[in-house]
Design a protein. Structure first.
Length: 360
């Protein structure tokens, strides 16, 4: 599926990513078949974990490539789609681990991985602790998906002269997101985070691996120069920060019917986001104490609504919206200055709007 200058077939692109993932998991199913029905259950959950989503990381990888070069033929385009799909496997791995660490019950409107396996344990009335079984399964699935992400990128179909530089970036990306996740759990454990600390978590846990590094992987596969990689950072890093700030707003103010998460899920999970840090700074002492004490505890809908009111009325929500707008402006100015392929530039602008104005 070579995408020409006449426009971007988003649905066709997502279908291509789905096909690449399905073919790869079908191959893994053959390899794991000798392990029997337990391996089948693990693979079935892997298919669920990678299903759906906006495919933003894959898209930024694709258009990072297209910003530098165009696939030569259908075979090269198929190789690029497989490389892009590797980013989706990495994302699914991170979600499986993240949901376990956050004790999340749902993901995209269905049970989170650890809850799904916990439920299987209970229904079969097996021995031992169902929660421990679910946790073990989620850890193993996340590890497996991460290993598969590396395998799919290595074997995507490009020569080592292209794959080697892309893997160097991919390795850095994985280190950043795992270390960023540890920063996050440490911040939650300490029960406090100022805006600077929250921004550091945001940058390394999500912003870089969501947009900047996928752009870099795609560009590296196209043979990009160091200057082009730097130009893509100037565009991708502030955009990734804006993307995660939007996600933080949705975690508090998002509609559960759209997000697939309970109302105010980030508040229940006790996430010390930039939004929360700003609210704790701006709210009066009584409201700040109420918000701080409620984070990470079971909350009724009226309690969630009260915390939303505190965050909104103290100006933190508006402040985050203003920061998002500023970051997008910086990002798009950098994109315009980058002198990349005009068609790719136009698509990247549309993606920038999609990731920062979404409602899910």
């Amino acid at each position: 599926m070579v995408i020409g200058d006449e426009g971007w077939d988003e649905a066709g692109f997502r279908a291509g990513i789905e096909q690449a993932l399905t073919e790869f998991l079908d191959l893994q199913a053959v390899r794991l078949a000798p392990l029997g029905p337990d391996a089948e259950r693990l693979l079935a959950e892997a298919r669920v974990a990678v299903a759906g989503g906006k495919r933003f990381r894959a898209a930024f990888c694709y258009w990072g490539f297209r910003a530098v070069a165009e696939p030569l033929d259908e075979a090269e385009d198929a190789a690029l789609l497989r490389a892009c799909a590797a980013l989706e496997l990495l994302h699914a791995s991170a979600l499986a681990h993240d949901d376990l660490m956050d004790a999340s019950d749902t993901r995209r409107g269905r049970p989170a991985t650890h809850r799904e396996f916990e439920g299987q344990h209970r229904s079969e009335q097996w021995r031992g602790d169902p929660e421990q079984y679910g946790a073990a399964a989620a850890i193993l699935l996340g590890d497996l998906l991460q290993g598969w992400a590396d395998e799919l990128l290595r074997r995507c179909g490009f020569g080592w002269d292209r794959v080697g530089p892309a893997l160097e970036i991919f390795d850095l990306c994985r280190s950043e997101v795992i270390a960023g996740q540890f920063l996050d759990v440490s911040v939650q454990a300490r029960g406090r985070a100022d805006v600077e600390a929250a921004m550091t978590v945001l940058r390394y846990k999500s912003a870089k691996y969501s947009i900047e590094r996928p752009l870099h992987v795609g560009a590296a596969l196209a043979g990009a120069s160091p200057d082009t990689i730097t130009a893509l950072t100037r565009f991708g890093l502030p955009l990734g920060e804006a993307f995660q700030l939007r996600d933080d707003l949705l975690g508090v103010f998002g509609d559960p019917s759209a997000t697939g998460k309970p109302a105010g899920d980030d508040l229940v999970e006790g996430k010390r986001t930039v939004l929360v840090a700003l609210a704790l700074d701006a709210a009066d002492a009584e409201d700040a104490a109420l918000l701080d004490g409620a984070l990470g505890s079971p909350l009724t809908e009226p309690e969630v609504q009260r915390l939303r009111e505190i965050i909104d009325t103290c100006g933190a929500r508006a402040q985050v919206e203003a920061v998002i707008a500023e970051l997008v402006t910086i990002s798009l100015a950098a994109l315009d200055d980058a002198a990349l392929d005009p068609h790719a530039t136009a698509v990247l602008r549309s993606l920038a709007d999609a990731v920062t104005q979404r409602v899910v």
